[in-house]
Write a protein that binds this ligand. Structure first.
Ligand code: ARG
Length: 436
């Protein structure tokens, strides 16, 4: 594949901005001489190979900087604690399985959850037709299935119905089909979908769950709710200094509202506002009694109480809101830009008493180093193999989608072969089951 000079120039610029950000961090400070030498080496490598390879330090800083630049995350004051597992050499299913097993183990820590990211091989820039070495199709490594019934009802998490159907079609034979059935992993190697791996069936200890109880409402305990302990986002692309890593699962720990408000109470998810209210014995005949608000508060109490009782790390929106506010102040005092997305940073419970509510945020996307949504592996492979016309190709409307930051969705910087054959259907922008 000939190397496109225009594309190389863009990549070099991204690398340069990244290196300058890294140099500004006292932990990674290198000084002008070393930085210039490194930049020259990067320039030569790009000229020769169309890409460059991150050093261990660059990878370490890069994943942390990508987290810090994630506008929608309220927990990123912790960005310097993210531990990287370097999996750039792994390109086979067995290796990926072992790496994911180790990822979850090192994140769990008996409940004292640590923030961890595993970085699999990067994509070669300028080669849109080249398969990605490794992709994971799962939204998160730990997640509940959603079994769609003939009448359209869903048993489990409605967020997972499409993925669940695909796993069943690919041969997954679940031991049960309940409201809380762990999904198998879907690992793609060089564009080939490998068989669903029901890893948690053999290793249930890797899928720690918390039974949800309320200190005052036994009716809530009787609902039999539960949630898993570790949120590991596995579908997003990581970009560092212009290099795309299409497989880089990462985790932090939960904030209570993510589970209580969104996963349990969104209408398109477990939809539990009414069942919780009834379990509490509330009068639901008029909205104006604010029974919904009471139920939401109670289910939030239950989630925090249950995680605390199980000694599993979880944040609450007051604590995290205050910490994020402090982070904003520190960064402003130091003259460092901090972007944010108001609608995500303001918690879904008691919005106006969180400091985020009263701030304005610049929602510009730092594109050289960040996390991005991307097409699923199956869409990606289909697009690459398709010869369909440009007609009907629609870009994602989400500004945090990889394709908006780069010339094409698959291939950063300059290639548009793929974007011309995108067989994407128009999707409504949705926040239901949002990714963060
Ligand atoms: N909101 C997602 C969920 O409820 C998890 C996103 C990541 N959250 C986190 N605290 N790191 O599963």
């Amino acid at each position: 594949m000939p190397i496109d000079p225009k594309q190389s120039a863009v990549l070099y610029t991204q690398a340069k901005i990244f290196l300058s950000d890294m140099d500004d961090d006292t932990r990674f400070h290198m000084g002008a001489t070393r930085r210039d030498a490194r930049l020259q080496a990067i320039e030569r490598e790009i000229e020769e190979k169309g890409t460059y390879t991150h050093t261990e330090a660059e990878l370490k800083f890069g994943v942390q900087w990508a987290w810090r630049n994630s506008n929608r995350c309220i927990g990123r004051h912790m960005w310097r604690t993210l531990k990287v597992r370097d999996c750039r050499h792994i390109e086979d299913r067995e290796g990926v399985l072992q790496a994911l097993h180790e990822h979850v183990t090192s994140a769990w820590q008996g409940g004292a959850i640590h923030s961890v990211i595993s970085v699999f091989p990067p994509r070669q820039p300028g080669e849109p037709g080249r398969p990605d070495p490794v992709r994971i199709a799962n939204h998160q490594l730990l997640r509940y299935a959603g079994f769609e019934q003939e009448d359209g009802q869903v048993v489990g998490d409605p967020h997972s119905t499409e993925f669940t159907a695909r796993m069943l079609q690919q041969g997954w034979a679940p031991q049960q089909r309940g409201a809380y059935t762990p999904l198998p992993w879907s690992i793609w190697i060089h564009d080939k979908e490998t068989e669903p791996e029901d890893h948690f069936a053999a290793h249930p200890e890797l899928f720690p769950e918390i039974k949800i109880t309320h200190p005052d409402y036994p009716g809530i305990d009787a609902l039999g709710l539960r949630w898993y302990a570790i949120p590991v986002i596995s579908e997003m692309a990581l970009v560092i200094g212009g290099i795309t890593y299409p497989c880089a699962p990462f985790n932090g720990w939960y904030m209570g509202t993510e589970i209580a408000n969104r996963n349990f109470c969104d209408a398109g998810r477990y939809n539990l506002v009414k069942p919780v209210a009834i379990a509490m014995g509330l009068d639901t005949s008029s909205d104006r009694t604010l029974w919904k608000d009471q139920a939401l508060t109670a289910i939030n109490q239950a989630v925090l109480h249950s995680f605390d009782a199980a000694k599993v790390r979880i944040g609450d929106h007051h604590e995290l809101g205050a910490q994020f506010e402090r982070f904003c102040e520190i960064e402003a005092d130091a003259g460092r830009r901090l972007n944010g997305d108001w609608s995500w940073l303001t918690p879904p419970l008691s919005g106006s008493i969180s400091p985020q509510f009263h701030r304005e945020f610049n929602n510009a996307v730092e594109s050289h180093t960040n996390f991005f949504y991307q097409r699923s592996p199956q869409e990606d492979v289909a697009a690459r193999q398709s010869t369909a016309s440009e007609e009907g190709a629609v870009r994602s409307e989400d500004p945090f989608h990889l394709e908006h930051q780069h010339e094409t969705p698959r291939c950063p910087y300059g290639f548009d072969r793929i974007s011309k054959v995108l067989p994407l259907k128009r999707r409504k922008p949705r926040r239901v089951g949002g990714h963060n």
